[in-house]
Design a protein around this ligand. Structure first.
Ligand SMILES: [Mg+2]
Length: 264
């Protein structure tokens, strides 16, 4: 992992499920001049809401075999925090296929065809108390739940439907067209503005995700950022990227919701 490690004496802050980061702790709902202004929370999917048990990667491997006749070893291909477009670009380059719209579409369609079966075959799970978290946040009328994910849009909805989370979300930014997650975040703001029929500013939004790329894309759009260590990155690895808040997991629903609402 790149980045500076935290001072040893700060390690104690990472105990339990509710971890505070020193920066911006003064932020509170009392500072919000208009508490009922609609706010948007952008959720990442993999490692944040759910763990597919490798179904996504397995579906990509099967797609490569079926469509490109590659018995694909995924070794060395980083997927966490990346966009499906970025992964596609790397795969096509690695196997010397032209990176054309046609080849990208062939891979995408083959992957999406494999994904439902792969999800059914994999030991995936919802991460701790995610349904409770989304249900509680949904009760707050000024909060809109949205997505900011590297998944292809259709892949995102397939995963969310599989875990019966799709009804919590109406729109989002997806990884179909951008290898750079920061660009996906910008698109997510534009989509939110269109859907809410007003100019949404990054400062009125929050990004919740499990990788350094989630933190960095939140910072790129001026969003608040909540990181959670339920993916492949530990809290000690995430902390140097300076999320506004860092949770070990979302198991303590009441405290998590309280903190998120105070930060918005
Ligand atoms: Mg993730």
């Amino acid at each position: 992992m790149a980045g500076e490690q935290p001072e040893p004496q700060e390690f104690s802050r990472f105990s339990g499920t509710f971890t505070r980061i020193g920066r911006k702790l003064a932020t509170g709902s009392h500072q919000n001049p208009s508490p009922m202004t609609e706010k948007v929370i952008f959720f990442d999917i993999d490692g944040t809401l759910l763990n597919t048990g490798g179904a996504g990667q397995r579906a990509m491997e099967r797609a490569l075999t079926a469509e490109f006749q590659i018995d694909f070893p995924f070794d060395g291909v980083l997927t966490a925090g990346r966009t499906d477009r970025g992964i596609t670009d790397e795969i096509l380059e690695r196997y010397s296929f032209d990176n054309t719209a046609q080849n990208r579409a062939r891979f995408q369609e083959a992957y999406l065809a494999q994904l439902p079966m792969s999800l059914r075959d994999s030991p995936g799970l919802l991460l701790p108390k995610i349904r409770e978290l989304l249900e509680q946040l949904s009760l707050h009328g000024h909060v809109t739940l949205s997505l900011l994910t590297g998944n292809y849009a259709e892949g995102a909805w397939i995963k969310l439907r599989h875990y019966e989370l799709d009804h919590f979300f109406q729109f989002g930014g997806f990884g179909d067209h951008d290898a750079n997650r920061n660009n996906v975040a910008q698109v997510a703001i534009e989509v939110a503005s269109r859907e809410l029929d007003r100019a949404v500013d990054g400062s009125e939004t929050m990004v919740i995700g499990d990788t350094p790329a989630d933190i960095q894309c939140a910072q790129a759009i001026g969003a608040k950022c909540v990181a959670v260590a339920t993916g492949v990155y530990s809290s000690i690895e995430l902390e140097p990227y300076n999320p506004d808040h860092l949770f070990e997991d979302f198991a303590d629903t009441d405290k998590v919701v309280e903190r998120i609402l105070a930060m918005l």
